[in-house]
Unconditional design. Structure first.
Length: 142
């Protein structure tokens, strides 16, 4: 009797937990839904020939998204990243009261899911370059 009661409680917990956590999962870091807001760290790098096949420079407002976001984008072609439909998409990144619109031209291998790797010009629109890395950058597709 005691055993079956605890088994019931255990089952209830197993079945109820996903239902209660679902709304939070929707807002989780790096969610793939295009309408949701993503968030992660912001960094900057010196671009060259990017994964999208374009040569860009530090003054270009391009961005590298994480390999996770890049590779899971609908229509991503693993054998030819240049043809990934994510290439050329614009996103608005917001940090505090500042924001910048940048175009995806590259894939960041060292980025966690929601992270963005900007050019120095792009990063500079959000924060001083001295910071190097900023946290809680929110972004969404535009
Ligand atoms: C990136 O470089 C290409 C040429 O290689 C250029 O056409 C494009 O405008 C650049 N992107 C941005 C956002 O400046």
């Amino acid at each position: 009797m005691k055993l079956s009661n605890s088994a019931t409680v255990l089952l209830a917990a197993v079945f109820l937990t996903p239902a209660y956590s679902a709304p939070m999962a929707m807002q989780s870091r790096g969610s793939m839904a295009t309408s949701t807001s993503h968030s992660g760290d912001g960094t900057f790098y010196q671009p060259a020939l990017g994964a999208c096949g374009k040569k860009n420079a530090s003054h270009d407002l391009i961005v590298a998204v994480s390999h996770a976001v890049f590779d899971s984008y609908p229509g991503a072609n693993p054998s030819n990243p240049n043809k990934n439909p994510i290439c050329g998409k614009k996103l608005r990144a917001t940090y505090g009261t500042k924001s910048v619109v940048v175009t995806v031209e590259d894939r960041c291998v060292g980025c966690a899911t929601g992270d963005l790797d900007f050019t120095s010009t792009g990063f500079g629109k959000l924060a001083s370059l001295d910071k190097g890395r900023i946290h809680a950058v929110r972004w969404q597709w535009v």
